[in-house]
Design a protein. Sequence first.
Length: 362
Amino acid sequence: MTKYETLAEALTEQITRNLQNGISKLPTESQLSTEYKVSRQTVRAALTLLNKQGIITSRQGSGSYATGLSVDGDRNIIPILISSQHEYIYPQLLSDIRLALSEQGYKLQIYPTDNNTSVERAHLETLLDRPPCAIIVEGCKSTLPNPNLDLYEQLRENGTFILFLHNYYPAMQDCIYVKDDNYYGGCLLAEHLITLGHTQIAGLFKMDDSQGPERYHGVASRLRDLGHPLSDTHVGWYSSPDIAALEARQDTRFLTDFIQERLFGCSAVVCYNDEVAYWLIKELSYADIHVPQDLSVVCFDNSYLSELSSVRITTLTHAPHEISECVAECIIGHLRGVPVVSHTIPWRLVRKESDAPYTPNP
């Protein structure tokens, strides 16, 4: 092995130690020459090799910085544990995250959990065989205590950075996340409906992921503040098994029960997301309830389902690629030794055709 290759190996080890301490900038060529007792020419050759390997990047007039990439290609694969890679919002989200990471030299590897903690545990055990530098995690049934925190802690102890997406496990201290501002989103939809003259408003929310209670809380709080409290008799809750049955067999019993038991006297409803709003509008048509003439429907996510619905659905959205870019920035920043913080992404309203001003029946 040549002198510069030996130095490149030593620098790679130094870079790894420095990144763990939040240091991403390399010493100057002069400092490295003195520290390692080699010529400036040897230092320059070692840095050129590290540049070619993607371990460092040079900035004109500033010096050399660690990229966070590893010589071991497997260490540049970022696993993502996510509910699904096929349904609803996930294909576009995963494509965006994959692209954002690939631009920095990383690859995304998908581990679907089906929102099932047993599946989640099996994936975590596999990852512990060779702990990755970082993982992205959409928590399973995040309103409930999670039985897999022991494995997450083991990953942390092995140096794996864990970034939560959409939700997080409150029992994990100091966790970093990228999630929607669901409370604010609920407030936004409630205020929008009140502005249209609706005062009797219903809600349909998912109970076993934290996004559901957060969205409910925003809706209920804003309606309370505006003098039109959300009645418990007008709130429906559903779970992951309900959605699984809906997607697998078009089993809509929880929606028909909601229509029969919760919508009496209401002129508008806030839905947890586009998917449930899409299916609810179908069920409403079977019950001879017309949207938006008889009932206004609004929701979260602005997915393709809000456009495919027989009535295009008023929904909340984020700026294009905002979540994926934020996820990539957190991962890359941490791997380069930059301190990162959690991010809560704001919603904005996209008005379509499923809501209308309230007109009392004659």
